[in-house]
Design a protein around this ligand. Structure first.
Ligand code: HEM
Length: 556
């Protein structure tokens, strides 16, 4: 008998001695009846449905544990089912999620088309959540020509804005001249920012401390330094310089918002999230001012943003909705998942979305974790410095040298291992029809989740030391790169289109940083930065508050 059942038995014995407790007893018996029906009788009636991880509070399900530490909840559920890795079900706030942990089930899912598994519906939910008006949402999904263009396009329906956004991102980020332009901008920015004087200026009063440093060096707080460089790059690459001119503190505002963005996602009551709301407001105002300014002042805008703006002009989307829409792109890309939670005040469902990393969301965490691993392994750092040195010349950086596993075997292995351990997202889909998967029937209307962390920590796939950082793992066994359990960028139709940018920008930054600086942990003896596993991170796991690394940079 489990703890909860023995507790229930004790309560029954107690109330049996006191008639006043009849009502609670009735409630308790109903609860037990419901539990027996839901977790014993139903599975018996429908043996092909995935078994459900039991819970005690109808409606809420595992809501509390999900928000407290979703990865722990998934591990607990997996072990409850004896680690069989068969598809199982999990209820969170009234919504049923099927969890897939077997690589072959995940692979089959990624191969399915949108008639079986869809995600577009989530975009609507999220637009409402971030505050886009009903009119804005309607226009974003409009597929008929607006009247004033009727004469030119009357007959042919066109793709809606959300779909076009996805397609434009893919064009912007696929190998070719548009991606090369972004990478060129990244390298240009890194060139400017990987310089002691520049670090002192940008990080003054924030992450850089020259006063305690030895001469010719600067002490930085690694996470903030790397974040500043990458967010600044993302902002300029996508929006040009004007957005920074309008809001010079946009990076810090963004970081303040991002750190608290879970409050927006979980729709905290407004009186509890003043700081997050202020930061969000500032970012949206900056976007509004940016898009209100003449186009000839922002000719350095990226192709992607200019195409989306063109579509918005065509759809005649209101300025306030545009600001929110672009803010959403700046923060996270249009998301494909949501978990509704009951909102007592309004007696209707509110939506808690899981979004995916995008322009600024996550890439910065990759160089942070990679450098952290190198700083705790000076031999590895030296190896990587030696490998990458030939790629750097006064004419620039040879990315193909860095990406080549023959010329930079350690660098590439450390990248794969870092991403494997830091990946914290889940691919999610909505079931548009019943599906047969892994010998089970998955019912339409429910949602599917393929949690990366559970896959990436599989001992069957990665060995007994799967939970540890092993820098040579992918060097020793390159085939692991193709293992179906390795899914840091998801898969199928919604596989991350930003993966090339993220990887190449990160490798370039790491190579340039170790070339320019001697880097040591200072003061010595700091612990390895702890991952904020319980915190709802999206994409790559965040660092636990207070665990950032203090690092001394000395020019080489
Ligand atoms: C290390 C950094 C990054 C990680 C770990 C990451 C991870 C992911 C994951 C797991 C997904 C969901 C895939 C799925 O549902 O199957 C995703 C989607 C996406 N990511 Fe990334 N990403 C990163 C960087 C970027 C960057 C730099 C951009 C753009 C500049 C970007 C743009 C997107 C977009 C647009 C989608 C949605 C794709 C679609 O639905 O078609 N990501 N990413």
């Amino acid at each position: 008998m489990d703890v909860e059942s023995s507790y229930a038995a004790t309560v029954i014995t107690l109330v049996a001695h006191d008639a006043r407790l009849g009502l609670p007893l009735l409630a308790l018996l109903s609860l037990l009846g419901w539990r027996l029906y839901t977790f014993t009788i139903l599975p018996w009636l429908y043996p092909n449905d995935p078994k459900e991880y039991p819970y005690w509070i109808p409606g809420l399900g595992h809501l509390r544990s999900f928000f407290k530490d979703s990865n722990k909840l998934l591990s607990d559920a997996r072990l409850y089912f004896h680690d069989s890795r068969e598809p199982f079900a999990l209820t969170v706030a009234g919504q049923k999620w099927y969890v897939l942990l077997r690589p072959e089930d995940v692979t089959s899912t990624y191969k399915m088309d949108e008639s079986s598994l869809s995600y577009d519906i989530f975009a609507v939910e999220v637009m409402r959540m971030v505050g886009i008006t009903e009119e804005g949402v309607r226009k974003a999904f409009q597929t008929q020509p607006v009247e004033k263009y009727g004469a030119q396009t009357a007959a042919t329906p066109y793709k809606h804005l959300v779909r076009l956004c996805k397609e434009y991102q893919l064009v912007q980020l696929s190998p070719g001249p548009r991606l090369d332009r972004l990478l060129g901008q990244a390298i240009g920015q890194f060139n400017l920012r990987l310089d002691l004087q520049s670090i002192r200026t940008w990080g003054a009063g924030w992450y850089a401390n020259s006063t305690t440093s030895a001469p010719g060096s600067v002490d930085v707080s690694l996470y903030n330094w790397v974040s500043d460089v990458f967010i600044d790059f993302g902002t300029r690459a996508y929006f040009g310089d004007l957005l920074q001119d309008i809001a010079p503190d946009i990076t810090r505002t963004f970081m303040a918002f991002d750190a608290l963005s879970w409050q927006a996602m979980y729709q905290y009551p407004s009186f509890l999230c003043g700081e997050m709301t202020r930061a969000k407001g500032k970012l949206q105002n900056a976007m509004a001012e940016y898009f209100a300014s003449p186009k000839d002042q922002r000719e350095d805008i990226s192709w992607f943003i200019s195409k989306v703006e063109e579509e918005m002009d065509r759809l005649d989307i209101a300025a306030s909705d545009r600001a929110i829409f672009f803010f959403q792109l700046y923060w996270r890309y249009v998301p494909f998942s949501s978990i509704s939670r009951l909102c007592k005040e309004k007696k209707k469902k509110k939506i808690t979305p899981l979004t995916v990393p995008s322009i600024n969301g996550n890439t910065r965490k990759a160089p942070f974790w990679m450098l952290s691993h190198l700083l705790f392994n000076p031999t590895l750092l030296d190896l990587i410095r030696a490998e990458t040195e030939p790629a750097i010349s006064k004419n620039g950086i040879d990315l193909s040298h860095l990406l080549n596993t023959q010329t930079c075997p350690h660098l590439n292995s450390v990248w794969d291992e870092t991403i494997r351990l830091a990946a914290y997202a889940a691919s999610v889909r909505f079931l548009a029809r019943d599906l047969q998967l892994g010998g089970k029937t998955l019912r339409k209307g429910n949602r599917l989740m393929m949690p990366q962390r559970q896959l990436h920590f599989s001992e069957e796939a990665f060995g007994a030391d799967a939970a540890a950082f092993h820098p040579d793992r992918f060097l020793e066994d390159p085939a692991l790169r193709r293992h179906p359990c390795l899914r840091p960028f998801g898969g199928g139709a919604s596989m991350c289109p930003g993966r090339n940018l993220a990887k190449q920008a990160t490798l370039a930054f790491v190579a340039m940083a170790v070339r320019r600086f001697e880097m040591v942990v200072e003061p010595p003896g700091q612990p390895f930065p702890e991952a904020a596993e319980g915190k709802p991170s999206i994409g790559l796991v965040d660092v636990q508050e207070g665990y950032d690394l203090k690092v001394r940079l000395r020019a080489r």
